[in-house]
Design a protein around this ligand. Structure first.
Ligand code: SF4
Ligand code: SF4
Length: 415
């Protein structure tokens, strides 16, 4: 039984052997910081995997659940001095053990019947929007919870947008990947991003046939689904002939710039197409900060104190964020630094649904830390973080405003 269930991870013993047991990963693991179980950390999981591979322990639903109870936030990979590539270890182990837990089985069935079938997915989204939706502009209702699906009435938003947003003095063109969290739950972020890119001189192109970036499949090592979605997006965005590609969701842009490169290593042609897309995919904050440096983007006043949460895929996978450079240029705005701003907010995609209690507790810590700074707003770089943190604000009436940094900048940009 064990050999069959752990066949993929058994091929990665070299990676497991790199661990020197230093324990640095404990201090950055959000699930460990809330639950205190070392089995949830990178060091703990590596010990478990080695024991499973050498058959000194039996695989079980309890062990499988430890691998499922992980935000795939990359913090352990970034901090690791031995360079253990932890994320692929966790996703591979999840795949090997997915048949052992109801969450694992449900996730795989869910992936197959949703993002894997884009036309059916759109119908499901429309129905979910009718049943559980909120009005498009009602920001505070786009929240996560055990019972709530955060899908607005009229989703997906891409059907309400134009295919192109031209500008008079164009500096170049940008392909916009909305990402599911914007397309289904936070449509106002798309409006803000289009406004900012146009103000910076970029013509915005929105290919209507874009599909999910595949991050949920990649995080569960559902490689066939991930590759199918990646091939579709790579062909679609490469044939646009745009200068840049961005997404307001750091997870989606890191799928284009990082994850897709791992999917086609045995297919030279697809690998080269993936590399082409990765080369032009950039971070929204970087693109806007460059426009600020060049004097193309002008920002007005904003007399408030804000704090900033660094979204995981921007800080750990991408080139880091330049949101601070943009905010520092705003007259009147004060940045109050958030302690542990690079610790995950608790969202983690499907993690927020399958491990809602832990996810909520992690978000609650983040909101409490934000309130302690005295800031009136907490700004984030990914819409998923805003959804997670907003649930806490709604439940606690704490009053702090949660939003994507692009929303604030769009409010004060000088056209
Ligand atoms: S990816 Fe994040 S949640 Fe998972 S083990 Fe590493 S630090 Fe912990
Ligand atoms: S930080 Fe890296 S080397 Fe240190 S215990 Fe964690 S996984 Fe092992």
């Amino acid at each position: 039984m064990k050999e069959k269930q752990l066949n993929e991870i058994s091929l990665r013993t070299d990676e497991l052997d790199k661990c020197v047991n230093c324990g640095l990963c404990l201090s950055v693991c959000p699930t460990y910081l809330v639950k205190g179980n070392e089995g949830l950390t990178a060091r703990g999981k590596i010990v478990l995997l080695k024991a499973l591979i050498d058959e000194s322990i039996e695989v079980s639903p309890g062990i499988a659940d430890l691998f499922d109870d992980c935000l795939t936030c990359y913090a352990c990979q970034t901090v690791c001095p031995a360079g253990v590539k932890t994320q692929r270890l966790w996703t591979t182990a999840r795949q090997d053990m997915s048949g052992l837990t109801s969450a694992g089985k449900l996730k795989h069935a869910g992936l197959y019947w949703t993002i894997n079938k884009p036309k059916l997915f759109e119908l499901e989204v429309k129905l979910a929007g009718l049943l559980s939706g909120f009005d498009k502009d009602d920001h505070r209702q786009a929240k996560l919870g055990k019972q709530s699906l955060p899908i607005f009435k009229g989703a997906p938003y891409i059907r309400h947008l134009d295919g192109e947003y031209p500008v008079v003095n164009e500096v170049g063109s940008v392909g916009l990947l909305l990402g599911c969290s914007v397309n289904l739950s936070t449509p106002w972020v798309a409006d803000a991003v289009i406004k900012l890119l146009n103000a910076a001189g970029w013509r915005v192109v929105i290919p209507k046939e874009q599909v999910c970036c595949g991050a949920p499949a990649i995080n569960n090592a559902s490689w066939d689904i991930a590759r199918k979605l990646a091939v579709h997006n790579i062909e679609l965005f490469n044939k646009l002939n745009v200068d840049k590609v961005i997404s307001p969701d750091g997870t989606c842009s890191s799928a284009f710039s990082h994850d897709y490169l791992e999917l086609f290593q045995s297919d030279r042609e697809l690998q080269s197409e993936a590399e082409k897309l990765a080369e032009i995919t950039t971070d929204l904050g970087h693109l806007l900060a460059e426009a600020l440096d060049d004097g193309r983007l002008k920002l007005g006043k904003y007399k408030k104190a804000i704090t900033l949460h660094d979204s995981c895929h921007i800080i750990h996978v991408g080139r880091g964020s330049r949101w601070r450079d943009l905010l520092n240029a705003v007259d009147g705005l004060e940045i109050r630094e958030l302690p542990y701003s690079d610790h995950c907010c608790g969202f983690g995609g499907s993690y927020a649904f399958f491990h809602n209690d832990t996810s909520y507790k992690i978000a609650e810590r983040k909101i409490n830390q934000a309130i302690e700074t005295g800031a009136e707003e907490i700004l984030v770089g990914s819409p998923g973080c805003a959804l997670r943190l907003q649930s806490v604000v709604n439940n606690t009436n704490s009053g702090i405003i949660v939003r994507h940094t692009a929303e604030l900048l769009a409010e004060i940009v000088v056209n």
